[in-house]
Design a protein around this ligand. Structure first.
Ligand code: ATP
Ligand code: MG
Ligand code: MG
Length: 383
């Protein structure tokens, strides 16, 4: 048996909360570093939590004193503080992995060395209109201007349709470190959750993700009408990309499936990921269970990552009114086989992830039919 390990988690949002749910079932104490009453702390009553931010070195040091291993639910953390505490406590995945991955440009430069296919891209050095116009000549239009850092839910991306959009794009992302990406004409977006353990790199089945306004809206497991060869190829590519980084735990890998059925990496995250929430109901071990086991060197039977039943996950995103997520929840209560997860974040703000619902069924088509009324409700709530 393990020796009652304590896990420190940087960040107490919904991902931390679902990690706590998994840790709780194994009697593992999770010490959360975040604001008081953050979603993860609300379901974890003990005195080991730390109040503060994962960007404050002092708070990270304090957390390190309370636990055996530190992990993060978010990549935008102070990796210099993690580097410092790594001499005293295990940090999983490694601070080096988190540091490289949290900067999307550095992440891509790193992955390029491993032969991972990606959209062609160029770094901006001065953020001037002339510089971006030159890049536009090279990459063509449209192109996606992206912030290298602090990007999430598309907040950090700007689609540049033509030279005329350049001033507006630079204004929208001003004062941020930038790079620009060639447009990827994908027919579908795919994602794979990868679990890195002390001696293995495992993967969950490939799923299809649908983003709306650059925010993940729906996840289909398995991906609809995708042949098994592509499912396997996407898993292999995801494992290869994650193998380029040190450390244990869950990694979320986002990919584009292009018109010619080739795959391209969009980005990866050094953590549990929205595209893996379906695993709570869809697999014997969820991504959260697997993450906890991986960082503590506990066994993960690979069979437990296989799909048990087709699943569709729908995000409940804050709409026009503060109670929009509750209206969506009300509708979800009447849907058969719907598992509802609310994150207890208080009042909804437009675009904020407030919860999710997963519907399972014997076939993905049946699951689609069952979840459609809820998709209709969510569509009417949009801000
Ligand atoms: P996340 O919340 O997943 O961290 P993010 O803010 O880091 O998102 P990306 O994942 O880079 O942003 O992009 C968000 C979405 O924008 C993608 O899922 C895809 O739909 C679209 N997108 C990104 N890059 C490109 C590209 N080069 N060509 C076409 N579409 C793109
Ligand atoms: Mg991202
Ligand atoms: Mg993304």
């Amino acid at each position: 048996m393990w020796n009652s390990p304590k896990v420190g988690i940087l960040g107490g949002g919904q991902l931390g909360r679902m990690l706590v749910e998994s840790a709780n079932r194994l009697n593992i104490q999770a010490n959360i570093l975040d604001a008081d009453n953050s979603p993860a702390k609300q379901i974890s009553a003990h005195d080991g939590h730390v109040t503060g931010s994962f960007k404050e070195p002092d708070a990270v040091r304090k957390l390190a004193e309370t636990c055996d291993v530190i992990t993060a639910e978010i990549e935008h953390v102070d990796t210099y503080a993690l580097e410092e505490v790594a001499s005293k406590v295990r940090v999983e995945p490694s601070w080096q992995a988190i540091r490289t991955i949290q900067n999307k440009f550095n992440q891509k430069e790193h992955l390029r060395k491993y032969g991972i296919p990606m959209a062609d891209h160029r770094e901006l050095v001065n953020n001037t209109p002339e510089e971006l116009a030159q890049i536009g000549e090279e990459l063509g239009y449209p192109m996606m201007l992206k912030s290298k850092t602090m990007a999430y839910d598309g907040r950090g991306n700007f689609r540049v349709n033509s030279k005329e959009d350049i001033p507006e794009a630079l204004e929208a992302l001003k004062d941020r470190p930038l790079y620009s990406e060639k447009w990827a004409y994908f027919k579908m977006e795919l994602a794979v959750m990868v679990i890195k353990t002390k001696d293995d790199v495992l993967s969950y089945p490939t799923v299809e993700t649908v983003q709306e306004d650059s925010i993940c809206k729906l996840v289909y497991a398995p991906a609809r009408n995708v042949p098994d060869a592509i499912n396997q190829e996407a898993q292999a590519l995801a494992r290869k990309a994650v193998s380029a980084f040190e450390g244990k735990g869950a990694f979320g890998v986002e990919m584009f499936l292009l018109e010619d059925n080739s795959l391209m990496l969009c980005e990866l995250a050094s953590r549990i990921h929205n595209s893996g929430h379906w695993t709570i109901e869809g697999c014997a071990l969820s991504q959260f269970d697997s993450h906890i086991r991986a960082i503590l060197d506990l066994p993960i039977p690979p069979k437990s990552l296989e799909l048990l039943q087709p699943s569709i996950m729908l995000n409940i995103i804050g709409g026009a009114t503060p109670d929009s997520h509750l209206k969506a929840t009300q509708a979800a209560l009447s849907i058969p086989n719907a598992s509802i997860h609310l994150y207890s974040k208080g009042a909804a703000k437009p675009g904020r992830k407030m919860g999710h619902v997963t519907v399972t069924a014997a076939t993905i088509h049946e699951a689609e039919t069952m979840i459609q009324p809820l998709v209709d409700v969510v569509d009417t709530m949009r801000a």
